[in-house]
Design a protein around this ligand. Structure first.
Ligand SMILES: *Cc1c(COP(=O)(O)O)cnc(C)c1O
Length: 253
């Protein structure tokens, strides 16, 4: 199909962002599209750059670091869990980390930022539905996260959530609303500004925008269905697992 190309899908997503903003009287410029390029190769990212995208979201530090060296310049956000032994690899690349989910990580990140001079924006991931299987603070423990981020001098800019999966995007609305309301409460309690709400994926980003999202993290609607669990460079001759393991070693820089 002629219409089924990357540029057409990007145009479609932007049109849907604009329409969602129009429904609730928001400025489309207040919503940033994070193009979730996880599992896709650098060539696809370069194609997206040629179509005008410049902000990419990745969920694995090692994959993002490797790919960023193989494609043209872009802004990178980390949207997946950050393991503490990857902090030093993450800091030089990511301008924003959406997924801080525990106090120990926040403390170590703050220390690494102090040592390296890196100043990424950070968001706290909140598991608003309290799902046992999900990463993130819950609406009570998030205060420990806010306090740790403030104590560590991190640039805390907002909250992020991944709601329980539902086939109907309307099913996500109450969780998006809860995240926004939690943000409002935390701003009051701590006299801080938390302007960013990272919420909404391919299936529900329009609802998220109606509820106040400032970052929508969209993968499938832009790049199509992911076929691999992760990307590894062909040129290394390693399987994806071997590649990933090679990057887990300490001498990876
Ligand atoms: C993969 C991923 C996305 C994108 O999901 P799609 O449904 O493909 O748009 C968004 N957020 C996070 C945290 C992800 O891991």
């Amino acid at each position: 199909m002629e219409e089924d190309n990357l540029q057409a899908r990007i145009d479609n997503v932007f049109a849907r962002i604009d329409a969602a903003c129009a429904r609730v009287g928001r400025d489309p410029l207040s919503v940033q599209l994070v193009a979730v390029s996880k599992t896709f190769p650098p060539e696809v990212i370069d194609e997206a750059r040629a179509c005008g995208l410049s902000l990419f979201g990745e969920n694995r530090v090692q994959e993002a670091v490797a790919k960023s060296q193989l494609c043209g310049s872009a802004e990178w956000h980390l949207i997946g869990p950050l393991q503490r032994n990857k902090i030093k690899h993450a800091l030089p690349l990511f301008s924003c980390i959406h997924s801080l989910d525990n106090v120990k990580l926040i403390e170590q990140l703050a220390q690494a930022c102090e040592e390296s001079g890196a100043r990424p924006d950070v968001l706290l991931e909140v598991n608003v539905a309290g799902e046992a299987s999900k990463h993130g603070f819950n609406p009570k423990t998030v205060r420990e996260g806010v306090e740790a981020a403030m104590a560590g001098g991190l640039r805390l800019v907002g909250l992020m959530t991944v709601p329980p999966w539902t086939p109907d995007p309307e099913g996500s609305r109450k969780y998006f609303r809860q995240l926004r309301e939690l943000r409002d409460v935390l701003e009051q309690e701590y006299s801080i500004s938390l302007p960013e709400l990272s919420m909404g994926m391919s299936g529900d980003f329009e609802v998220a925008i109606e509820e106040g999202a400032t970052f929508v993290r969209v993968g499938t609607a832009l790049f199509g269905v992911r076929k691999a669990k992760k990307w590894a460079p062909q040129s290394t001759g390693l399987t994806t697992d071997e590649f990933s393991r090679s990057l887990d070693t300490d001498d990876f820089v």
